[in-house]
Design a protein. Sequence first.
Lengths: 136, 833
Amino acid sequence: MSDSIPSAHSDPDAAEKHHPANAEDRKAAAALSSLNTNEIGADSGAKPPSSADQEALGKAMSRLEIVAGQDAGMKPTGPRKEAEVVRKKAVKVASEDISLLVEQLDLTKAKATELLKSNDGDAKLAIKAFITPIGA
Amino acid sequence: MPQPLGSKDASLFRQVVRHYENKQHKKGIKTADQILRKNPKHGDTLAMKALIISNLGQQEEAFAMAKEALRYDMKSHICWHVYGLLYRAEKNYEEAIKAYRFALRIEPESQPIQRDLALLQMQMRDYQGYIQSRTTMLQARPAFRQNWTALAIAHHLAGDLEEAEKVLTTYEETLKSTPPVSDMEHSEATLYKISIMAEAGKLEKALEQLDIVGHRITDVLAVMEMKADYLLRLDRKAEAEAAYTALLDRNPENSMYYDALIRAKGIPDSDHKVLKALYDSWVEKNPRGDAPRRIPLDFLEGEDFKQAADAYLQRMLKKGVPSLFANIKSLYTNTWKRDTVQELVEGYVSVPQTNGSAEGEANGDNKEFLSSSHYFLAQHYNYHLSRNLTKAMEHVDKAIELSPKAVEYQMTKARIWKHYGNLEKAAEEMEKARQLDEKDRYINSKAAKYQLRNNNNDKALENMSKFTRNETVGGAMGDLHEMQCVWYLTEDGEAYLRQKKLGLALKRFHGIYNIFDTWQEDQFDFHSFSLRKGMVRAYVDMVRWEDRLRQHPFYSRAALSAIRAYLLLHDQPDLAHGPLPNGVDGDADSAERKKALKKAKKEQERLEKIEADKRAARKAASTKGGDEVKKEDPDPFGNKLVQTQEPLNEATKFLTPLLELSPKSIEAQNLGFEVYLRRGKYALALKCLSAAHAIDASNPTLHIQLLRFRKALNSLSEPLPPQVAEVVNAEFETLLPKAQNLDEWNESFLSTHKDSALHTQAALTCRQLLKADSKAQCEKDLTATLDSQVESIETALAGLQLLDEWNSDQTAKAAYAEKAKSKWPESSVFQLN
C-alpha cells in the first residue's frame, strides 16, 4: 500500500536540489498556493511575529531538533512504541485466517491482521478476544 | 516529464490559475482550451481544467480528465495536487492523502501541498503523519507562532503531553519581551500550555504558572476555574475555598461551584444543618437567586424538607414560574418527598380563595397563585411517578378556567391525552394550544410533533411550514433538512415506520445520517481556522467531541429506527412497495396477496407522478429567477432506498457506529443480534448477546434471543468454520448450556419474573417457539397479563404486537385488543388495523 511512497518529511538539505524545473512551474506553484483562498483555511491572514527574534527562533528550532533527536536516539519513548516493537516480533499470520476473520467478524483486512497478530496468529484466540465484551 | 510551454502559453496558463482563484470558471475553461488547442497533451493545463470542472459540479468528467492529465505528465506536482483535491472534494480522504504525498515527493518544498496534506491527516486522525507534516511546516516557517502551537497540538492529541509542553515552552523562550495583554493568541497559548501540564498531572507546576501569568490573561473565568480546580485537587483547602467563593460571587447559580465549595470546606454530606446554613448565606447575598434555594431540597429530610419545600413552592407559584415542576420532579424518586410535595400543593388549592396564603395581596395575584398551583398539580398527576390522569385532567381544566389564554396549560392538557393513549385527541388539543399563540415557534413545533405521533405527516409539515423558508429547494421539507432539524426528521421517519411506509422512513433516517456526516465534515475548516484565530483550547475540545460525535442520542435513536426498518424490509420484502392492508401480509392466500401488492404498487406510482408534476411546475416557475439552480432530490420518496437488494448491509452501516460508540445501550445490542443473526455472522451475534448479558442478564428480549440462538446453532444449514464453531460453542455455553432442558429453563425464567409483564411476554414467546401447539394457551395467558401485571399502555401495545409476530389469528388479537380497550377506555391505540 503506502510502502511505495517515501516519507513526505525529507531531509531539508536534500530538498534544496529539487528546485522547480523552470520559472513557469514556480509561478504556477505560487498561484496554486492560493487555490484555496476562498476557504477560511488560507494562511494569508496571519501576521508575522512582532517580538520574536528570528535568530532566537533559529536557535530554538535547533534546540528542539536536538532534544527530539536525542529522545529518539536514547530511548524508544512511549508505551505505544514499545507495544509496537513487541507486536512486530514477527508473528506469522496465515492469509486464510485473515480472510476468515474478515468474513466472520466484518473487519477490514488491516484490522483483521492486527487482531491476529496481537493474538499470536491464533484465529480462535482472536475471535474469542474480539467477541468478549469490554469490561465483562 | 515537465512540459515547458512557450512564453505566450505560459502566461495564458497563469491566467487560467487566476481565473480559477477568482471563480471565473467559464473564462478559465476558455483560456485552458486555448492552450490545449496548441498543446493537447499539456498535463498541468488539463489538470487545472479538471479542477474548474469539478467546481462546477461535474465530478465524473473532472476525474476522467485529471487521470488523463496524469497520464501525460506523471511527474507534475500540479497534476497530483489536483488529483488530491478532487478526491478531497469527494471525501475520499485516504486516496487524497496518497495523491498529496506524491505531489509532495515531486515538490517537497511546496507549502500549499504540505498544508493540504496536514489538514487531511488531522481530519483522518493520522497523528503520526500530522506530527511529521507539522514539523516540516515549522521548519519552513518558524517565525509563525501558529506553526509552533500546531505542532504542540499534534503531539498533545497523539498523547505525548511532555513533547507538547516542550514545544510551547521552546517558543516562549524565544520571546524577548512579554507580548501585550491584547495579544489573544499569546493569552490562549499560555492557558493551553497550563492545561496540558494539568492533564499530565503536574498540578503544582500548572498552578505556579497560573499565579505568574494569570493576571495577564483575557479569559478571566477560565483562569479562576482552573485555579480553583487545581487547588482543590491538590487538597489546599483554604485557598480552594477562597477561589470557589470568588467564583460564586461571579455566578451564584452554578451548582458545581457549590459542590466544590462544600468539599473545600470539608463539610460531610450528612451534616444537613451546616449545609443548609451555607446555602442560606448565599440566599441572603443573592435574594433573587434560585440555585441556593433549590439545591437544599435534594438533601433535606423530614420536617426540614417540608418547611424548605413549602417556602420554595409558594415563592415560585406566586411568581407563576411555569418551569417549576420540571425543576421539582427530580425529587420524586424519593416517594416520601413526592407525597410531601403533593400534600403541600393540594393544601394551597384547597384553601378558600378569600383568605388564601397571600394575605393582603391583590386579588389578581391570588388568582395567579391558584392557577399556577392547579397547573403544577396537573403536571404532577401527569408525571409517570405520580400518575393519576383523572385528577390531572381536573386540575388542568381548573387552571384553564382561571387563565384561558395560557398556552402551557392547554399544552399540558394535550400531554394528558397522550398519556391516556389517545393520540388523536392529544394532537387536537395541542393544535388548540398552538392557536392560542400562532407566533410562538415552540408551541408550533409541539403541535407538529403531536401530529406526527398521530401519524399525520402532512398536517405536521403544514404546521412546520409556518416557520420555514418555503422557497428552498424541496420546499418546507428541504428547509428542515438544510436547517438540520433532527428532531423533526426523526419523528417524521418514525411516523412513517409505524405506517410501514418504509421508503419515506428510510429517507428521513438517511437524512439524519447525512447530517451527522456533515457535522463530521464541518470540523475540516477549523483545523486551520482555529489556529489562525489562536483559539486552541476550544479547538482541542471540539476535536475530542467530534471523535465521539455519533454517541449522541439523536444518532442512536435514528439508527435504531433505521435498523428496525431494514429488518422489516428484509423479513417482508413486499413492503418495498408500500404498506399492505392488514391480514394480507400474513399467510393469506396468494390471490388476495397479489391483488394487494398490485394496488400498493399502483399507489406508489401515483404518488411519484404527482411529485414529478409538481417538480416540473416548480422548474417552469423558477427558470427565469435563479441562475444558480440547486439540485433537486432525485428520490424524494426514498423509493430507491427501499428497493435495496441488501437491506442487512445497509442496516450494518447504521449499526457499526452505534455498537462502537454506545456499547452500553441494550437496545443497540438487541438489534445488533437481529442483524448479525440474519447475516449468518454467528460470532458477532454472540458478541451482542454477551454484551447484552453483561448489561442486564434478565433482559426479556435477551431471553428470547438466547433461545433463538441455541435453536439456530442446532439447525445450521451448513456447518460453521471449525475455529468459529469452537469459540462460539464454548462461549455460548456460559450463557445457555447445551445440556440445559430448555422448557425448564424457560419456565423458571417465567416464575422468577412472574410479576413483570414484559418478562412474561418474553417467556410466552419462548414457550410458543419451543412448543408450537401451545400457541392457543399462550395467547390466553398473554391476554391474562392485562388483568394484573401490565401497568402501562406501552407494555400492553407491545403485547398486541407480539400477537402479530406470533401470526395469531384475528380472533385472538380482537380478544386482546378489546380487553385492553376496556382497561384503558379513553385510549385510541388498541385498534386492529
